[in-house]
Design a protein around this ligand. Sequence first.
Ligand SMILES: Nc1ncnc2c1ncn2[C@@H]1O[C@H](COP(=O)(O)OP(=O)(O)OP(=O)(O)O)[C@@H](O)[C@H]1O
Ligand SMILES: [Mg+2]
Length: 306
Amino acid sequence: MRIKTIELSKTYEKKSRALENLSIDVNMNGIFSIIGRNGAGKTTFVRILSTELLPTSGSGYINDKDVIDQAEEVRQEIAVVPQEARPLPWLTPLQTVSSYLMWRGYSYREAKEKGKEALRELGLEDKEGEKSRKLSGGQKRKLMVATVISSEAPIVFLDEPTTGLDYLSRKELWQLLSRMKKDRLIILTTHYLEEAEILGDQIMILDHGKLVDMGNIEDLRAKVKLPYVLKVFSEDFKLEDNELQVHPVSERETFVYGSASKIYGLVPYLVTKKMKFTVEEASLSNIFEQYLGNGEEVEENEKEDS
Ligand SMILES: Nc1ncnc2c1ncn2[C@@H]1O[C@H](COP(=O)(O)OP(=O)(O)OP(=O)(O)O)[C@@H](O)[C@H]1O
Ligand SMILES: [Mg+2]
């Protein structure tokens, strides 16, 4: 499966650009996670590629079909859960899923069978006959996801599908997405960086409508200056070093970001002092902070400085 954009830009109402010259080419099956602050352009990207919104300039392709000139064909290959989507309150979950499937061309019987299966996969089988207005916020989100996964669309857009889901439901959905991703491309926006890290085969960071970087977690980690985290659990730990970033988390917990050599260089001292510690690779949230926090720790800035 493939999504591609060339110099894609969107300006709403002549104001600041929501997307700016975005050129990417993702040719794979799996999960493509998009992360970025509020207003970074994630939803705009999803809406343009899912043919809901026209770009101001540039082009986008879904499996080599143009999202502007071949929008009808594109729509047959995609399924979308928009960020604000909610089910119609007067339909039951089963009616919601099955009517969507019939609209996509399934027979009544197939639609009902597939609908039941999708509801079961998302743990909504008890609710299949209730009116959707009686569902909780999280159950409504799950129902929207059930609707798109029941379709066999090869490219699926999920704009913040797990926002508002409880921790266990979120993990269930992760498992479901992992099972589904084998023969599809799932485009997933999320503010849960742990989720983007666990699920994302490719991760795109957007900021102010621009591509900050893209790659798998190792690619991204390789680009930051401080790819290791030392966590020290001791009240007596104090450290000052220009090449390290020291973040006191609480009175007895300090995180130190640094290069492998600098971090491992501290280990003998910690052992002598009998302080409890762990050394880990930077998580996506650490990496994200380094990219967007104050920008100082990313290599490109280093080059500019030197
Ligand atoms: N319909 C609209 N009219 C005018 N401006 C808009 C519209 N939709 C989005 N914008 C602006 O475009 C920019 C990008 O918005 P977008 O919704 O794509 O961000 P996002 O990354 O999805 O944010 P969030 O994480 O909050 O969902 C923002 O500055 C936003 O104010
Ligand atoms: Mg959004």
